[in-house]
Design a protein around this ligand. Structure first.
Ligand code: BDR
Ligand code: CA
Length: 320
């Protein structure tokens, strides 16, 4: 087996972020070497608390967690998404408080430090608004030269948004930051709603997690209860989309991308009805994927197989 890839995770630890984190911690193909938080589903500070407490449940005390941006680049943090992720971001579940505290450095400082320590090998996985990333690019414009690749959950290429008719939440929360990420000189794998809405977790899977003996899985199963209620009107059954987990699975090489053209992608940063829209140039794809010669962003439209089955296998260590 090849060596695990070092990953810096940037997150707004919410319910599906927690599932993604649990997966990354359990994947033999990934070594999470640092975590930065950002306001989104909840505040950056609460996201760091949630992350440290989840790491505590996992028995992991070696991964540094740094608080990142509280406010976004063009507007102030508006209070999160309690109706989706609960008051504390993790479905109202009270986790045992870990004795660990966030690092004394910011998420941006942690990311830049790790990019030197793992130069040319560090992968970024972003599953929240991209404010820390635009700040890191401003602080050190050479950052992309040291990054092996970026996997980003966000956007909607040819399907509706989930926060406005055209915008997905992570991008809408900081459109300028998303545009900076998508136009920087690095390879981005963008994992938009086109793919994530097609992969869901079943109530049976959730119960398996909630009834596991492993405290991390029990906590994740409990917090998914709240998330499933949110998705009931969308899917007509208790379930949830696997947004952040799909980005994590792709970063870990846990699935094959079956449709994912490399095309230019820009973000609408205006303040009109298109704000936060990811404008992916999918013209010319009718006869199959055609990569644009200069594009460095791969837009994931379809992946192979059952992501929920793979996720459950890695989380529980049991084959379905
Ligand atoms: C994204 O928004 C957040 O609510 C989720 O954690 C995910 O990162 C989905 O649009
Ligand atoms: Ca998230």
């Amino acid at each position: 087996m090849t060596d695990p890839i070092p990953v810096y995770l940037d997150c707004d630890t919410g319910v599906d972020d927690a599932v993604a984190l649990a997966y990354l911690l359990r994947s033999p193909h990934v070594d999470v070497v640092g975590i930065g938080t950002v306001s989104g589903n909840t505040s950056a500070a609460q996201a760091a608390r949630n992350t440290l407490d989840l790491l505590g449940l996992a028995g992991v005390d070696s991964i540094p967690v740094a608080i990142g941006a509280h406010h976004h680049s063009s507007h102030e943090y508006a209070g999160g998404a309690a109706h989706v992720h609960g008051d504390n971001g993790i479905g109202g579940v009270e986790l045992p408080r870990s004795a660990r505290e966030p690092e004394d450095v910011t998420a941006v400082e942690l990311l830049i430090d790790l990019s030197h320590r793992y130069e040319g090998r560090l992968h970024l996985v972003t599953i929240g608004p991209l404010t820390n990333i635009i700040e890191a690019l401003a602080a050190d414009p050479t950052l992309p030269t040291r990054i092996a690749g970026v996997a980003t959950m966000g956007g909607a290429a040819s399907v509706p948004g989930n926060i406005t008719p055209v915008a997905e939440a992570n991008i809408f929360n900081d459109p300028a930051a998303a545009d900076a990420l998508l136009t920087a000189e690095w390879d981005v794998t963008l994992v938009p709603l086109d793919a994530t809405m097609e992969h869901t977790l079943s109530e049976d899977d959730r119960v398996t997690l909630a009834e596991a003996s492993d405290p991390l899985l029990r906590a994740v199963g409990a917090m998914l209860d709240h998330y499933f209620e949110f998705y009931l009107p969308t899917y007509g059954v208790r379930t949830s989309a696997l947004h952040d987990p799909l980005a994590a699975v792709i970063a870990a090489g846990g699935t094959t991308i079956t449709r994912g053209p490399r095309v230019p992608v820009r973000v609408d940063t205006t303040h009109g009805p298109g704000r936060g829209q990811t404008i992916a140039d999918l013209r010319g794809q009718r006869l199959g994927d055609r990569d644009h010669p200069e594009a460095r962003t791969r837009v994931v439209l379809e992946v192979d197989g059952s992501i929920s089955a793979h996720l459950m296998e890695v989380l529980t260590g049991e084959r379905p």
